[in-house]
Write a protein that binds this ligand. Structure first.
Ligand SMILES: Nc1ncnc2c1ncn2[C@@H]1O[C@H](COP(=O)(O)OP(=O)(O)OP(=O)(O)O)[C@@H](O)[C@H]1O
Length: 255
């Protein structure tokens, strides 16, 4: 089973922001949800894991240091969904989804197996009616669903998703997390950032709580999400509500 181990990882920008001394493990078969206030270092940490920025410390996949891998093999290991997916060229939705296979080889997008994956991912993210539309003409939420579906088509051992639900309505948030669960059921490791604490409470197998560039705690949602901790980190008074499905839900009142 996939094991991604971060050992004392630091990635600091010249301005001083970034992340410091992060040690944690993300496993295949689990949805790991990163939460924390704006600027707490979630995106920076995902970028370090994906090898998109320099860092100190080590990140090992199944015992192998990621630094020892070539760019190409590293790109095939991670499917990345950016916080603001850039889609500047008028490729059709189908074409963009098929491009998800490019890290696995130049001929991959043209394969029949890719076409089947594209159809499945399009159905999962409710894009079937948009397949021939240029991505440049889609709404923000539709583009975000395209970026998620492209990552599903890439089907890499590790999925890194930066706020993939930020532009989605509740129905599509539900589809997103069903798709993430499908991936973990097939052994993939999913690491996803969200701002909605309740998504972490409902869907996370593990929660990493970040604050000021550090990992405050990580573990099971029931152990990590507490009124005291959330209120301290976010600076608002959180209250717990016992949801009907046996999960705790969280809300706060505005002053
Ligand atoms: N390219 C950059 N150059 C310099 N500083 C940066 C850069 N990107 C982020 N930072 C700083 O690093 C810190 C962490 O930023 P990061 O984007 O990782 O936070 P985040 O938790 O993802 O925030 P948000 O929830 O707002 O997306 C912040 O203080 C931010 O200002």
């Amino acid at each position: 089973m996939t094991s991604l181990v971060l050992d004392n990882v630091s990635a600091l920008y010249p301005s001083g922001g970034g992340v410091t001394s992060i040690s944690a493990e993300a496993r295949g078969g689990e949805i790991t949800v990163l939460i924390g206030p704006n600027g707490s270092g979630k995106s920076t940490l995902l970028k370090a894991i994906a090898g998109l920025i320099d860092y100190d410390g080590s990140i090992r996949l199944n015992g192998v240091d990621m630094e020892s891998m070539g760019r190409r093999s590293r790109a095939a290991l991670f499917a990345v969904v950016d916080q603001i997916p850039s889609m500047n060229y008028p490729f059709s939705v189908t074409e963009v989804l098929a491009m998800g296979r490019l890290p696995h080889g130049r001929d991959e997008p043209r394969k029949n197996s890719t076409l089947r994956s594209v159809r499945r991912a399009a159905t999962a993210m409710d894009l079937s009616d948009l397949c021939n539309r240029p991505v440049t003409e889609l709404s923000g939420g539709e583009r975000q669903r395209v970026a998620i579906a492209r990552a599903i088509v890439q089907d890499s051992p590790i999925m890194l998703m930066d706020e993939p639900s930020s532009a989605l309505d509740p129905g599509h948030v539900s589809s997103l997390f069903s798709s993430l669960r499908d991936m973990t059921n097939r052994g993939r490791a999913v690491i996803v950032t969200v701002h909605d604490v309740n998504l972490a409470a409902m869907f996370a197998d593990k929660v990493w709580l970040m604050d000021e560039g550090r990992l405050v705690r990580y573990g099971n949602p029931e152990d990590i999400l507490s009124r005291e901790r959330l209120s301290k980190v976010y600076g608002v008074d959180f209250r717990r509500y016992d949801g009907e499905r046996g999960k705790s839900l969280w809300f706060f009142e505005l002053d």
